[in-house]
Write a protein that binds this ligand. Structure first.
Ligand SMILES: C[S@@+](CC[C@H](N)C(=O)[O-])C[C@H]1O[C@@H](n2cnc3c(N)ncnc32)[C@H](O)[C@@H]1O
Length: 211
């Protein structure tokens, strides 16, 4: 059962942003973990993460408005959330309630497979789906359901980033439902597809078709 951890913008939900837990306990626990327990050095050195940090995120950081869904939150993605402009309505989502601590101010504990049950249709400009296909959303059926749900919540021509590993799953952009609901596109001067030397990671930009 999906659970709303904080306010998901204009989506359905409950507000508990001002709770003591959110204001004091989570930030303190996060600070302690990041400074004394966890080390993101490995991830920061990966070519896909370098691309995110030097190519994609600087472009997203220039956006002054719009609604973005960031899927899959981990300690090594926490810093990335700070890049977004205050004018951007950033919503994060993760199926694992333990990852609430790495989500943004508006965080959903929910599965991306049925995210369209919890946020308004055609309300997002961008969905960042990196490292989720093949890391939980593994089967063709799950990926097909995810594409349908994401198409429902994206505005027409809204951008979907799909980051995946070619040693874990077949090319998810080759699925029929992907071709029916999305078209391949560049993004702000970045090519439609980027792959990396000595890495199995692939980044694809898609846009929601008007259907
Ligand atoms: C490899 S990790 C982090 C990916 C992160 N987005 C990135 O850019 O590296 C994958 C994350 O996806 C989450 N996840 C897996 N299946 C999911 C689902 N069905 N719905 C939402 N999140 C899911 C996991 O809990 C985990 O936090």
């Amino acid at each position: 059962m999906a659970q709303l951890a904080t306010i998901p913008g204009n989506a359905m939900g409950i507000q508990n942003r001002s709770s003591l837990k959110n204001q004091f306990y989570l930030p303190l626990k996060r600070w302690l973990l990041l400074n004394f327990r966890l080390d993101d050095t490995y991830f920061r050195k990966q070519p896909d993460r370098i691309w995110l940090n030097t190519q994609l995120y600087p472009r997203l950081a220039k956006l002054e408005q719009g609604r973005i869904l960031f899927v899959g939150c981990a300690y090594y993605t926490w810093e990335s959330l700070k890049l977004f402009n205050r004018g951007v309505d950033l919503v994060t989502v993760d199926i694992d309630e333990n990852n609430v601590i790495w989500g943004g101010k508006k965080h959903l504990v929910a599965s991306i497979l049925d995210i369209d049950n919890f946020v308004a249709p055609a309300s997002f400009d961008i969905v960042l789906l990196n490292g989720v296909f093949g890391h939980g959303v593994d089967t063709r059926e799950m990926q097909e359901q995810t594409y349908k749900a994401l198409h429902n919540i994206l505005k027409p021509d809204g951008m979907l980033l799909v980051g995946w590993n070619n040693d874990l799953i077949p090319d998810p952009t080759e699925l029929q439902i992907c071709k029916e609901l999305f078209y391949k596109s560049e993004y702000e001067g970045l090519p439609q597809r980027t792959s990396f030397q000595n890495s199995t990671h692939v980044m694809d930009f898609l846009r929601a078709k008007k259907v």
